[in-house]
Design a binder for this molecule. Structure first.
Ligand code: ADP
Length: 425
């Protein structure tokens, strides 16, 4: 009998400390070892929130990064349950739980968010997710706080002190990994940038040298000045594209969310490139379903994507060609196709067409370009939850397919979103 009592006594005492605590710390160690090896920032952030959710045994988790430029926190990753619709929503630091955690630089546990005036309700509106409880901790590196991790809705009971300790440890490690990965990616981009700038810079140096010669005939001087102009423009375009891509890749881009009528936007783009097409005697055949409701997105960024696809279609189509544009509503998405009857893309090039700096080899010397347009377009479209793809046959033409999710009805009613910077990718 006394044995049994002792046994019961021990198990009760252990229950206070939680018998699976060792297992949970072992798992934390395992997860953080995995995280340390990830060098892609998007994958890293995603794995961090998955780890947070698993370790604190809750329904969802999210991660926000602070942007000192506008004093907002931005959702950069969330577990699947929350991810839909959240993509990069801005959260003010002065009026949210995450903001409180960030500013006070300390953890916060809220059992019932609806009773807490700091709770930023927009997030639930966007995700159609019901937040009940939140455990949030700051992510600190040696010298600053970079953001916040939040665990949402404990699965059984309430978040405990133990959950908090686990999440704090994960957050501390994650902050270091995020900083390292961002640095690594930045370096990679800089190296590529320098490499790509070399070609136009070499051309410019040669031109500058030649122009200094006293004996240069006037005709040649003029022609060199034109080359100079073209190369400077190319450099200019490249640096702008490069900056854009680098911002997209490192999550420093601001996306606005507003209702966008794709039909109207396409027509606006067609106006812009009309003269260019006329010069080449290229015809547009346009079929736009006017009844399609607006999508939620960043108008300027979407315009940039459309302009890139349309100018490419002109650039890589012979004079007298035709470009067919169709906008259709599909079951869950809106589909835009841009079809040309131009030179097409060789099969072996298709897998690389959205890679940065990729241009079909030994062919595009005549058409100006940087090979960055489609890489940027892909990033932008994916940030909108969409996809971009291509089908093509040499000498027959190419068709680019752009799909954007159309399930945005409820979001249009959320009033304060227009004009707010949302979603750094
Ligand atoms: P750029 O046009 O500046 O070279 P992009 O990233 O926009 O860069 O396109 C990458 C490459 O894809 C182009 O260099 C070209 O080889 C190919 N490409 C893009 N659009 C088309 C098209 N409509 N038809 C044929 N080739 C295309």
């Amino acid at each position: 009998m006394s044995d049994i009592k002792t046994h019961d006594g021990i198990s009760e005492a252990n229950a206070d400390v939680n018998p699976n605590i060792v297992d949970r710390y072992a798992r934390l160690l395992e997860l953080s070892t995995d995280l340390a090896a990830i060098l892609d920032i998007d994958i890293l952030l995603h794995e961090i929130v998955e780890a947070a959710r698993e370790l604190t045994e809750c329904e969802a988790a999210s991660l926000l990064i602070y942007d000192p430029e506008d004093n907002h926190l931005y959702f950069q990753a969330a577990t699947d349950l929350l991810a839909e619709g959240l993509g990069g929503t801005a959260v003010p630091t002065d009026n949210s739980i995450a903001g409180w955690i960030f500013i006070h630089n300390e953890p916060l546990l809220v059992d019932d968010v609806l009773q807490d005036p700091r709770f930023f309700r927009e997030v639930d509106v966007l995700t159609r997710f019901q937040t009940q409880s939140i455990l949030g901790v700051p992510m600190r590196t040696k010298d600053k706080t970079i953001g916040v991790i939040e665990s949402i809705n404990k699965e059984h009971g309430k978040f405990s002190q133990e959950d908090q300790k686990l999440l704090e440890t994960l957050a501390a490690q994650s902050a270091i990994y995020i900083e390292n990965t961002a640095l690594f990616q930045q370096n990679d981009i800089v190296a590529e940038m320098v490499h790509e700038l070399r070609t136009p810079l070499t051309a410019l140096t040669a031109v500058a040298n030649l122009l200094q010669r006293q004996d240069l005939p006037e005709q040649q001087r003029l022609s060199l000045a034109q080359t100079l102009h073209v190369e400077v423009n190319r450099l200019n375009g490249m640096t702008t594209d490069f900056l854009e891509l680098s911002r997209l890749e490192t999550g420093r881009s601001r996306f606005y969310r507003e209702p966008v009528h794709l039909g109207g936007l396409i027509e606006e783009c067609l106006q812009i490139i009309k003269a260019q097409a006329e010069e080449e005697a290229i015809l547009f055949d346009v079929h736009l379903d006017r009844s399609i409701p607006p999508v939620q997105g960043d108008r300027n960024r979407l315009k940039q994507v459309l302009l890139n696809l349309l100018t490419n279609a002109i650039k890589y189509t012979n004079p007298g060609g035709k470009i067919t544009i169709r906008l259709k509503q599909k079951t869950k998405s809106i589909l835009l196709t841009i079809e040309d009857n131009g030179r097409g893309i060789p099969e072996e090039s298709l897998p690389f067409i959205f890679d940065k700096f990729y241009r079909v080899p030994q062919r595009e010397g005549d058409a100006p370009g940087t090979g960055l347009g489609l890489a940027i377009a892909k990033r932008i479209v994916e940030s909108h939850g969409g996809t971009i793809s291509v089908e093509s046959q040499v000498d027959q033409g190419s068709t680019f397919f752009l799909r954007l999710p159309s399930d945005f009805g409820h979001r249009l009613e959320t009033k304060p979103l227009k004009g707010h910077p949302l979603l750094p990718n």
